[in-house]
Design a protein around this ligand. Sequence first.
Ligand code: ADP
Ligand code: ASP
Ligand code: MG
Length: 453
Amino acid sequence: MTRVYPQFVIAKFGGTSVADFDSMNRSAGIVLADDHVRLVVLSASAGVTNLLVELSKGLESHDRMDKIDTLRAIQHNIISRLKSPSIVARQIDQLLENIAHLAETASATPSTALSDELVSHGELMSSLLFTEVLREREARAEWFDARKVIRTNSLYGCAEPHLSLVETQVETHLRPRLEQTIVITQGFIGSDENEQTTTLGRGGSDYTASLLGEALHAARVDIWTDVAGIYTTDPRIVAQARRIDHISFSEASNMATFGAKVLHPATLLPAMRKNIPVFVGSSKNTAAGGTLVRRETENPPQYRAIAVRRKQTLLRLHSLHQRPAYAFFADIFTIMAEHQVDVDLVTTTERGIAMALNGTGCTSGDGDTLTTALLTALSAHCQVEIETGLALITVIGNQLPRSPGVCRDAFMESEEYCVRMIFHGASNDNLCFLLPENTADDAIVTLHRRLFE
Ligand code: ADP
Ligand code: ASP
Ligand code: MG
């Protein structure tokens, strides 16, 4: 028998949508305007996670106090606008005390596990405050600890969820509550089998929302942010960028993978598995509408969007030995696998391999994939050249290698730029190239004008 699931909608609010009391109040209005919204997933208030990440690296006492004062000010500015703040003020002060204690420990012995514990406090605080804001608007709202249901492995800083465990935990602990009240929970955080706090990587709250959407068979996941949808490119770079009203899962997923920060790269995977539409809109301007991401769109265009990833590294490897190409490639990719380096873009010649490496996106650590151990292992097989300070620009579209004129369109005006490497043909949906990071914005403006304006 197929089970019929209630038509829950999940609303996720990012950092700027819960930055202060007025933003929280506006976001609370969005929740209350739609009876189907039963579960709210929150990020930390804007700026809070960055402060906590700094603290987790271990700071001198004076710097620590400074950061904790800034955190306290953000929380107390919100508390000061509540009508009856005493209980939540006590809870927040307790969390601020924990932060001070954990930050002190981090300055003596930093670790990725400690970092996740510390950084999780941002979401714990914003969700407590938001629950109070909703209650003051007469809503039945209950705070819920996401770590009970988002069960992950122990890769602190970029933990991976155990999907079947998430599903059973959600059935047991979360679904029954949704029938009674609106539930407010945290994005980004989870727990491992030892009940240690983990995080899903920077920007991971979007991913939490879609994971919970998948487990609950939600009717829709709404991502409320500071832009009114997904645009043809980052509207902060190109003012003429156009909103895309409807986009397919695979197109939007490609955009997120190649750097469109509006969605965490993994967000659309759970939505795709259960065919759950994802809406993206601005919490500051709901009237502006937004983008609906769903399985298919009508008439997919040749060019859909331009995305950019910064801080890219180009790694060029030249074989030192007279070995057949297949043996050299096998050696290199074995080393990459041993060091768990995600290589997504590669070009090769008979005795050389070049690859573009992305940062890890993990909460802790400096995000650098090129460790000393990796470089030592590679140096035994090849000469290693490293070039940093690059950006990867990606044109996302449909059937690109089969459409005539794509390279002309992408590179017609590129003589002004030093294109370091081009990746084209392996995928039907994108064409990527690397160039120096300081020329990336100009190149995107030029390319956007040519492809979309
Ligand atoms: P939140 O804190 O709500 O999760 P983010 O800062 O993570 O918000 O994501 C929203 C930002 O994503 C926007 O302010 C915008 O600058 C950026 N962005 C990058 N690419 C795009 C795009 N193609 N469309 C819309 N926004 C984009
Ligand atoms: N607060 C976390 C971050 O800043 C997660 C998120 O906002 O999605 O990375
Ligand atoms: Mg985000």
